[in-house]
Design a protein around this ligand. Structure first.
Ligand code: ATP
Ligand code: MG
Length: 283
């Protein structure tokens, strides 16, 4: 039995549960306890605050954990990073009040910086030869400069909206983060087998992120042209239609390119275009 620690509630909870569900690790949500056994896989889920996940995994009280890379980097426990999971993206950045003149890292020498990530910041400053006073704050770091508690902050940024509404500007991006799968070092072979199976399932789910399945009808004479436009896993599937001179084409496309591809296909005579959700890709 493998134990996986995930966030109880918060930004990573929903996507962690969803990733596990799509990988076939299904837990009944109705009567949620802090430790739950999956219905159909030899796995149990331990729900924790994200702060506690790296330590729990390092101690071996959970074999695996899903947590932001930022927490792993800050807490410094010995865990293996097994897989980047493609959600919970953010960065930890230095930000200063918008009215100050910022012209490089030297600005931070002798300044007071408020942060919940003192270790990551100290390492960065050591590397760059900057000496600053780091104040550790666990609550709302972004209000520290306006409250006179700090000259700058080092905090998580995703859209940047929080910084703007507090009169701050991001000046240095220090650490890029996303959710990661972490593991206790030296898991036994029996558990590693389940871990490998899970990781390959996670990989299939991730490959499906941002992808769509496209089905369309096309005059057979335009087929060569369409194959040039379409990306595909190997090459598009072509099925003849009952009406002669026509075929049906099926392929996987990246959501970012979807509209461009559809417009180019329409221009060569494509009709009846269906865009379908795609769940997993197993290579
Ligand atoms: P907990 O109650 O579990 O301690 P928390 O309040 O510390 O939760 P959340 O705000 O739920 O943490 O964020 C969890 C993780 O989500 C962060 O550690 C980070 O990896 C990621 N994340 C992504 N975008 C953001 C963002 N805009 N602000 C904060 N965290 C973000
Ligand atoms: Mg936390």
């Amino acid at each position: 039995m493998l134990r996986i620690a995930i966030q109880t509630k918060g930004r990573l909870n929903e996507q962690s549960v969803e990733l596990l569900r799509e990988a076939g690790v299904i837990i009944k949500e109705e009567k949620r306890k802090f430790l739950m056994r999956a219905a159909n896989f030899p796995v149990e889920i331990l729900f924790l605050r994200d702060d506690d996940i790296p330590q729990t995994v390092a101690m071996g009280a959970a074999d695996l954990g899903i947590v932001g890379y930022n927490e792993v980097a800050e807490r410094g426990y010995e865990v293996d990073i097994l897989q980047y999971l493609g959600f919970g993206g953010c960065r930890i950045s230095l930000a200063v009040p918008k009215n100050v003149q910022y012209n490089g890292l030297d600005y931070f020498n002798g300044k007071r910086i408020a942060t919940s990530y003192p270790n990551v910041l100290q390492r960065f400053f050591d590397e760059k030869g900057i000496t600053a006073k780091i104040h550790t704050i666990t609550g709302s770091v972004e209000i520290a400069p306006a409250a006179g508690l700090a000259d700058a902050i080092f905090d998580i940024v995703s859209s940047g909206g929080t910084l703007i509404s507090n009169g701050l500007v991001e000046v240095e991006q220090v650490l890029h983060s996303e959710a990661v799968l972490i593991g206790t070092p030296q898991l036994c072979e029996e558990k590693m087998n389940i871990v490998r199976q899970l990781m390959s399932r996670f990989d299939s789910v991730q490959k499906g992120y941002g992808k769509k399945y496209l089905v369309l009808n096309l005059p057979s004479s335009a087929l060569d042209e369409a194959v040039k436009i379409l990306p595909a896993m190997r090459s598009p599937t072509v099925i003849p239609l009952a009406q002669s001179g026509w075929c049906s084409l099926q392929t996987v496309v990246d959501e970012k390119e979807l509209w461009d591809i559809i417009e180019r296909l329409k221009a060569i005579g494509a009709e009846g275009i269906l865009v379908l959700a795609l769940e997993k890709i197993v290579l």
